[in-house]
Design a protein around this ligand. Structure first.
Ligand SMILES: Cc1cc2nc3c(=O)[nH]c(=O)nc-3n(C[C@H](O)[C@H](O)[C@H](O)COP(=O)(O)OP(=O)(O)OC[C@H]3O[C@@H](n4cnc5c(N)ncnc54)[C@H](O)[C@@H]3O)c2cc1C
Length: 351
């Protein structure tokens, strides 16, 4: 029997409703994990797996003629609680399948400080450490104490200290190690160390938020303003399927940055440990991709960094547009753009 015929006989499941780009992507095995015990029952130590939260940071590349053979698991382990309070410190355990924004709102309702700048980020709690989600000058790693992870190879749940997670700008040990997203670990829950000082919030390092805050803002004022700015810039996921920023903000050398500043005095550069961070949105806008539509997809008019699937785009079209943008930015600025979401493809080469 030929391969096409064999694949036709496997009943396939479409992952369209499990990824925010709304890509048709197919798999032969799909399971929902609702309890820690499900991991022990269903995750086979010998096999690779694909684990998804809410699919808001993935590009799934598995058309029906080339479905994922690797089983796909959706993490929906729910539950959160305050573990203990020491002085001003509040220790919280939140399970990976909780929705991130709902969790932030829960901390706000309990007058707990620490996550206010991260309100409104889509996705699950369990995926937050993978790329060390961040916004408006805050990163989730600042609030994490440790993680509980299921070690697939050993079949046990272990605790990993924050120091061992190698958190950095939009990355972590888990993102670096994951090969085609089949990591050795499934994050089961996160232990956060937050604060009772609700009137001493993290102040966003962005004028667009800062300038609208009262003189002595609390966590509620910060979260509200962050949400307002996000809603004004980012496309509504219901109408415009997307995964947020499609490229990372590149870090360039100080010399390169100084040359650019001479040519483009309005350019925004932020010093980092390794050089200067430059806005990828600005680079893309300068190359005239902002607001442009190419067939089924395009770059959003209000935010040049957001790639939108306007109508049944597929992963190949997305990779093509991404490559065109990367080449243009390289040609004009000599800067390499890196894709931010995680590409999970069934097109693996045999070794
Ligand atoms: C409109 C929009 C705005 C966004 N804004 C921001 C922003 O401001 N800042 C920011 O940092 N990100 C942003 N993002 C990206 C996204 O919200 C985050 O990366 C989020 O953490 C992804 O969560 P998820 O559950 O959807 O992960 P998924 O997309 O399902 O998965 C992402 C990766 O994590 C892995 N993973 C998921 N769950 C687990 C688990 N339990 N254990 C191990 N691995 C796991 C997956 O295998 C995959 O590799 C935005 C996305 C959108 C759509």
């Amino acid at each position: 029997m030929d391969l096409k015929k064999q694949i036709k006989e496997i009943p396939l499941k479409n992952l369209k409703n499990f990824n925010k780009l709304k890509l048709d992507a197919f798999c032969s095995e799909l399971r929902t994990i609702r309890a820690e015990q499900d991991l022990l029952n269903f995750v086979n130590k010998k096999n690779e797996i694909i684990i998804l939260g809410e699919g808001s940071n993935v590009v799934l590349d598995a058309p029906s003629y080339r479905p994922f053979i690797t089983p796909v698991f959706i993490n929906q382990i729910k539950g959160k609680r305050i573990e203990n309070v020491f002085g001003k410190d509040v220790h919280i355990r939140c399970n990976a399948g909780e929705n991130w924004h709902e969790f932030v709102l829960w901390t706000l309702r309990k007058k707990i400080q620490g996550l206010e700048c991260l309100a409104g980020i889509p996705g699950s709690v369990g995926a937050a450490p993978i790329q060390n989600i961040g916004a408006y000058g805050s990163e989730v790693s600042e609030a994490i104490h440790s993680l509980r992870v299921y070690d697939i190879k050993k079949g046990v749940i272990n605790s990993i200290k924050k120091e061992d997670c190698e958190f950095d700008y939009r990355t972590s040990y888990f993102k670096k190690k994951s090969k085609n997203s089949s990591s050795n670990y499934i994050i089961v829950s996160i232990d956060f160390k937050l604060s009772k000082e609700w009137n001493n919030p993290n102040i966003p390092q962005y004028e667009s938020v800062k300038k609208f805050l009262p003189e002595t803002p609390d966590i509620f004022a910060v979260a509200e303003q962050v949400m307002k700015v996000r809603n004004s810039k980012l496309p509504d996921l219901k109408d415009y399927p997307n995964v947020g920023s499609f490229f990372l903000n590149p870090i360039i050398s100080k010399r390169h940055a100084a040359d650019l500043k001479k040519k483009y005095p309005l350019i925004r550069l932020v010093p980092t440990a390794d050089g200067m961070k430059i806005s990828a949105a600005w680079l893309i806008e300068q190359c005239n991709f902002k607001g442009k539509r190419y067939g089924n997809l395009g770059m959003f008019a209000k935010h040049a960094l957001v790639l939108v699937n306007y109508d049944k785009a597929n992963a190949s079209e997305i990779f093509y547009l991404a490559t065109v943008i990367q080449k243009q930015v390289m040609k004009k600025f000599d800067i390499s753009l890196t894709i931010e979401p995680i590409i999970i493809s069934s097109a693996e080469k045999p070794v």
